[in-house]
Design a protein around this ligand. Structure first.
Ligand code: HEC
Length: 83
């Protein structure tokens, strides 16, 4: 079985639009704390909710593409990595 790190899944699914926690499509909505706070995104569940129901320009990730366990690992990785 594949080991879930959060980092690997982030690189695989998210880094193309969010390199280094940035945002190549909407630069006001990076994954850095200041921008996340501005959107009320504070905990892993908030990031998972965004993946399941994204805003304009972001790919949707359903449970088949990214199961809850992986989604949670990605969310934890984002919150601890991009300050
Ligand atoms: C095709 C490009 C694209 C991909 C791939 C993508 N995103 Fe996004 N993301 C966006 C765009 C555009 C926005 C701004 C619109 C919005 O708020 O949904 C965004 C916004 C976000 C936000 C809110 C940021 C803020 O400051 O409010 C989070 C959290 C997020 N993405 C997480 C992820 C995660 C986790 C993944 C991978 C599983 C991912 N994104 C993959 C384009 C992308």
């Amino acid at each position: 079985m594949k080991k879930i790190s959060g980092e690997g899944e982030f690189k695989e699914n998210c880094a193309i639009c969010h390199p280094d926690g940035g945002n190549i499509i909407n630069p006001a909505k990076t994954l850095h704390k200041k921008d996340l706070d501005a959107g009320g995104i504070k905990k892993p569940a908030d990031i998972i909710a965004k993946m399941r129901k994204p805003g304009p320009g972001m790919t949707q990730f359903d449970k088949k593409t990214v199961p809850d366990k992986e989604a949670n690992a990605i969310a934890v990785y984002i919150l601890k990595t991009f300050k």
